[in-house]
Write a protein that binds this ligand. Structure first.
Ligand SMILES: O=C[C@H](O)COP(=O)(O)O
Length: 264
């Protein structure tokens, strides 16, 4: 189906690049990203450095106001403020960012984040006018035993519960099969497209067809410039959440190829 959804290529730098390195990498890639985006309004790009490096990348973006590149955080807490040592609040993120990644499988795995917590964070992000990129995905055992759809359905029902009609059209979902993250074994575009189609269908059963058609659903897991084109031509896939390749020059190439191959 033809879509007017603006594609998103987001770079999740994970725990790489402190403020100085982030600033110098940002100065290197933002002008090149800006040139691609300015010629292709159907695509947007979001850089998500570690929280300690957000301010330094923000400073670079402020010096290049026409680039169109946006800034995102990799995580945040849901409370407004207070005694939550080590956490950052939605309002703090909002001062610098448009976007926040929530419920990444590494947060779920290493920091015991539940769907319930991801849901609280998602509602808080929306309340603050942030664009949440909510991550979903099955692990390799679940994939092997054919549980992908039931796992994904439960994650949607719990992580994305309680959205208002307006909020339901604003979120972004990233489908990231855990077995594909950082392994070099990306899902096939057909396989990812199939699950993403299921995500949209499940979402429609909760929030209606119009919201389901409005939201962007990205694929993530071992995406590089060598395979992004295959995902971007798929009609159900609205972009990518890029890990390892987002901290290399390859990221610019990924955005360029995405702009050229985005399905009509
Ligand atoms: O958030 C990004 C994903 O975890 C994908 O990471 P990757 O591109 O290194 O496989």
């Amino acid at each position: 189906m033809a879509t007017s959804r603006t594609a998103i290529i987001a770079g999740n730098w994970k725990m790489n690049m402190g403020p100085q390195q982030a600033s110098s990498f940002a100065r290197e890639i933002i002008p090149a990203l800006g040139r691609v985006i300015q010629h292709n309004p159907s695509i947007m790009s979001i850089l998500c450095p570690p929280s300690i490096s957000l301010a330094s990348v923000h400073e670079v973006l402020e010096a290049m106001p026409t680039s169109g590149v946006e800034l995102g955080a990799q995580n945040m807490y849901y409370e407004d403020k207070g005694a939550f040592t080590g956490e950052i609040a939605p309002g703090m993120v909002k001062e610098l960012c448009t976007t926040v990644i929530l419920g990444h499988s590494e947060r779920r795995m290493y920091f015991c984040e539940s769907d319930e917590l991801v849901n609280k964070k998602t509602l808080a992000a929306l309340a603050y006018g942030l664009r949440p990129i909510v991550c979903l995905g099955e692990n390799s055992e679940q994939y092997d035993s054919g549980e992908t759809q039931s796992v994904i359905k439960a994650q949607i029902q719990q992580s994305l519960a309680g959205l208002s009609d307006e909020q339901a059209s604003q979120i972004v979902i990233a489908y990231e099969p855990i077995w594909a993250i950082g392994t070099g074994k990306a899902a096939t575009a057909v396989g990812a497209g199939h699950v993403i189609h299921f995500i949209r269908h499940t979402y429609a059963s909760i929030y209606g067809e119009s919201a389901a058609q409005a939201i962007r659903i990205l694929y993530g897991g071992s995406v590089t410039s060598a395979n992004i084109g295959e995902f971007m031509v798929h009609p159900d896939i609205d972009g990518g959440l890029i890990g390892g390749a987002s901290i290399k020059d390859d990221f610019v190439e990924i955005v360029r190829i995405s702009a050229e191959t985005r399905h009509p």
